[in-house]
Design a protein around this ligand. Structure first.
Ligand code: DMJ
Length: 646
């Protein structure tokens, strides 16, 4: 490089100036590099970071090369990590990032302490959610709430004032009848037994293996841990197991690491983790649960980056890359998976004051509303690319089930204002009645499956939730149909009960049939297992609340006795491989839904109706209670200071 002499500057002086400039420039560039580098260490929520470091686009691809038949096969096998039809096939390998974060500890709470805090309106600042907005860059990320915007923040106190009744009832739902109370106490003891063993042998893992006394992680939750803890929070709280609840809360505070980098089922993470955290927040007012739910919800958004906005089934929680299940026909998405996000996503929007979550699920709704439906039915597989059905298999059990459940519950959760959901639900129910509802030779009402017009006379255990669903929707149907819907709900619940009574263990098989002389029994070896599923008991609970017919409590008690006799092992509860033999073979898995659903529904069945009253709450498909959104009340200034009488 040649240096020219500048006028008025000596050569040595110029050399000095130049080297000073050089050092200064070096220092400056070092500073810039340092600042930029520091951006990587900022939390994702900081706006500066979002401006400089936009997330990489997701590349939709299809995982594996299985077929739908593989999927169905998978449903039938009582494999250890099998949870159901909607989150079925495990995603590929997972990473084990379980960094422990040490957060400040809060003192443990009791029911009384929480209620007192809410009623007194103390710590209002803690209970007020700051506002958040959609990222102006248009990226899929939800942006961090801005602190301090008051006009449209979520106030927990106000939310409580909009409930019609106290969530836990007058006396925590304690029934006055001593026999019923004894039964309720028994269920509570079962929960404590299940929890204590999980805590002792599997703490922080996803499920307990009660026979080998260790933990199971599996690969449905993308490296997230503690599924049994998150699924249990509300059950423990509602049952008044406060020491256990406090342990669970402390684990969430100190050890729930959402920065995992594995491939997760969007559906399973949503119903168990997001649903569990939301419920825990609404019941307790603990900000911790809300912020975790929002943090996780944000990580799910990239799954919606498809040409139609229909999300794919698998998402890498770290990179945001999403896939379709390898076994799903032609890279399709599953009706029960993308159709079971609505309740949680509406609440994520409520709490964050960020419309993005609701927009995502409303877009799914719009597409499904518009698309041509064969005989008015919704097939189980839809292409997220073209928005067309991929093939015509319709089922109210696995692959379809909770989509229908979320239609009626969306309507109920909207304080009966969501008319589209209402229309779609009753339209679907009409099509189901016209095409799938059957009467067996022995007079049992059941729901068959439909394959392009051909009926498969099989009903899965999963489809047994429909007794409860049709029951809770009966009242809002056309006036001339109301009694009919209630009767239909009772008939289906009766059929599902029959599937239990016809087995040696008095527990029901995974699927039962109504052909070749079969009446509500499994005819295939591969359908004989029971993995502690809740659906039949769920329908007993709803039918009890709707009719107060004592038979539902009796049926629930039969199930308790059967669970105790055949599923209780020395160190927890286990599924069994064959319900038709009393020489049981345990599958060595205490599913997390046993804690969140089966035991919660049993407890509610033996409680008074004012424990989580249906006037205020809907249960998500994992039995996590979510409150009805009373927009009028929430937006009404006058209710600001009103508090619910406890
Ligand atoms: C649960 O995870 C949920 O109820 C889901 O909707 C279906 N499968 C299981 C329980 O069987």
């Amino acid at each position: 490089m040649v240096f020219r002499k500048l006028p008025g500057v000596s050569a040595s002086g110029m050399g000095l100036r130049l080297s000073q400039k050089f050092v200064f420039l070096l220092f400056l560039s070092g500073l810039v590099t340092l600042c930029f580098g520091a951006l990587f260490f900022l939390p994702d929520s900081v706006r500066l970071k979002r401006i400089f470091l936009s997330k990489t686009d997701t590349q939709p691809v299809t995982v594996g090369s299985g077929s739908e038949n593989d999927a169905r096969e998978h449903l039938k096998r009582p494999k250890e990590q099998e949870h159901g039809p909607r989150g079925m096939t495990p995603a590929k390998g997972e990473t084990n990032s379980s960094k422990l974060k040490s957060l400040s500890r809060k003192p443990p709470v009791s029911h009384e302490a929480t209620e007192e805090r809410l009623a007194g309106g103390k710590a209002q600042e803690d209970l007020t959610l700051p506002r958040s907005r959609t990222d102006p860059s248009g990226s899929e990320k939800a942006t961090t709430p801005d602190r301090g915007a008051n006009s449209d923040t979520f106030s927990y106190q106000k939310f409580k004032s909009c409930l019609l009744k106290a969530p836990l009832g007058r006396d925590n739902g304690k029934p006055s009848d001593p026999k019923t109370n004894e039964r309720r106490e028994k269920v509570k003891e079962m929960m404590k037994f299940a929890w204590d063993n999980y805590k002792r042998y599997a703490w922080g893992k996803n499920e307990l293996r009660p026979l080998t006394r260790n933990g199971h992680i599996g690969n449905m939750f993308g490296g997230l841990r503690g599924a049994s803890i998150i699924d249990s929070l509300d059950t423990l709280y509602v049952m008044g197991l406060m020491e256990e609840y406090n342990d669970a809360k402390e684990w969430v505070q100190t050890s729930l690491d959402l920065n995992s980098n594995g491939e997760a089922s969007l559906f399973e993470v949503n119903i168990r983790y997001v649903g569990g955290l939301l419920s825990a927040y609404y019941l307790t007012g603990e900000e911790l649960f809300k912020s975790k739910a929002l943090e996780l919800g944000e990580k799910l958004l990239p799954a919606f980056n498809t040409p139609t906005g229909i999300p794919r089934g698998v998402i890498n929680l770290g990179s945001g890359t999403s896939w379709s299940w390898g076994w799903a026909s032609a890279g399709s998405s599953i009706l029960a998976e993308f159709g079971t996000l609505h309740l949680e996503f509406v609440h994520l929007s409520e709490l964050s004051n960020n419309a993005i979550y609701k927009e995502k699920v409303m877009n799914i709704r719009k597409l499904l509303n518009k698309i041509e439906k064969p005989h008015g039915l919704y097939p189980n597989f839809l292409s997220p690319v073209s928005g067309n059905w991929v093939q015509h298999h319709v089922s109210i059990g696995g692959l379809g089930d909770s989509f229908y459940e979320y239609l009626i519950k969306s309507f109920l959760m909207s304080d009966k204002t969501d008319d589209d959901a209402k229309k779609m639900y009753y339209g679907a129910l009409e099509a189901i009645e016209a095409n799938l509802v059957q009467k067996s030779a022995g007079g049992l009402t059941y729901l068959a499956e439909w394959r392009g017009g051909i009926l498969d006379h099989k009903m899965g255990h999963l489809a047994c939730f429909s007794g409860g669903m049709i029951g809770i929707g009966a009242d809002d149907g056309a006036p001339e149909k109301r009694q009919h819907y209630l009767d239909l709900a009772a008939e289906i619940t009766h059929t599902c009960h029959e599937s239990y009574t016809r087995s040696a263990t008095k527990l029901g098989p995974e699927a039962f049939r109504f052909d070749a002389g079969a009446e509500a029994t499994a005819t295939r070896l591969s359908d004989r297992y029971y993995i502690l599923r809740p659906e039949v008991i769920e329908s007993y609970m709803y039918m009890w609340r709707l009719t107060h017919d004592p038979k539902y409590r009796e049926w629930g008690w039969e199930a308790v006795e059967a669970l105790e006799q055949h599923c209780r092992a020395e160190s927890g509860f286990s599924g069994i491989r064959d319900v038709y033999t009393t020489t049981v073979s345990h599958d060595n898995m205490q599913q997390s839904f046993f804690l969140s659903e089966t035991l919660k529904y049993l407890y509610l069945l033996f409680s008074d109706d004012d424990l989580l009253p249906l006037e205020d709450w809907v249960f998500n498909t994992e039995a996590h209670p979510l409150p009805i959104v009373r927009k009028n009340c929430l937006q009404d200034e006058a209710t600001q200071d009103k508090t619910v009488s406890e």
